[in-house]
Ligand binder design. Structure first.
Ligand SMILES: [Zn+2]
Ligand SMILES: [Zn+2]
Length: 207
């Protein structure tokens, strides 16, 4: 799972997800971590949940969810995690699947995107170096953030996302992390280039 946002449990229930092999965190902003308390349901079934994050993000999670990381006087119902540090240029092995971290910037904040073979998921990108773009070449499906039409200091707008997609050249791209100010789905979709689609909640993609 990538990130653990506030609607985590809604998404799990809507999609009948019964197991989590690990959580890859992109960064520590609230909209990407605030579902973490609800991982207890999955912890009760399978034990400690492996989490993967930059050391800065792990520090932030420890502050916000101290009871999850506590080593003594633990609350008996609290979930527990197994912490794995993610470093750029070091691939992760998650249940036999190689995951490649992609380093990007969200204004000045470092954020990780992740490539899983022919699929890559990047969110909260504003800038990305060419050497990181190279790590994405050859993906079939790319998911990337596109907040709105107007420029934003820390997110790609639609134009910037489309320029980035043109560099990566995936077979299909999906735009996510969309602001309500972007417009109505059908109208915005009609303006997008071929093979670029607006993502939506509970979207399923065949790989
Ligand atoms: Zn963010
Ligand atoms: Zn965000």
């Amino acid at each position: 799972m990538v990130g653990c946002g506030p609607d985590f449990m809604q998404r799990m229930l809507a999609n009948g997800v019964k197991r989590i092999d690990g959580i890859l965190f992109t960064h520590e902003h609230a909209d990407h971590i605030m579902g973490m308390d609800d991982i207890r349901t999955f912890f009760f079934r399978k034990g400690d949940i492996p989490i993967y994050a930059h050391k800065r993000v792990i520090k932030s999670l420890k502050t916000k969810f101290d009871y999850i990381f506590a080593t003594k006087d633990r609350y008996p119902g609290a979930p527990a995690v197994r912490v794995n540090r993610v470093e750029n240029d070091v691939a992760i092995n998650l249940g036999g699947i190689e995951v490649i971290p992609i380093n990007v910037l969200h204004n000045r904040l470092q954020v990780f995107g992740f490539r899983f073979d022919k699929f890559a998921y990047l969110t909260d990108v504003k800038t990305i170096e060419d050497k990181e773009v190279e790590k994405l070449i050859g993906v079939d499906v790319l998911v990337v953030n596109a907040l709105r039409k107007q420029k934003h200091h820390s997110h790609f707008n639609i134009t910037e996302a489309i320029e980035f997609i043109a560099k990566v050249k995936p077979k299909q791209a999906y735009l996510t992390h969309i602001s309500p100010s972007l417009g109505f789905h059908a109208e915005v979709q009609a303006e997008l280039p071929e093979n670029v689609y607006l993502a939506y909640d509970n979207l399923e993609i065949d790989l």
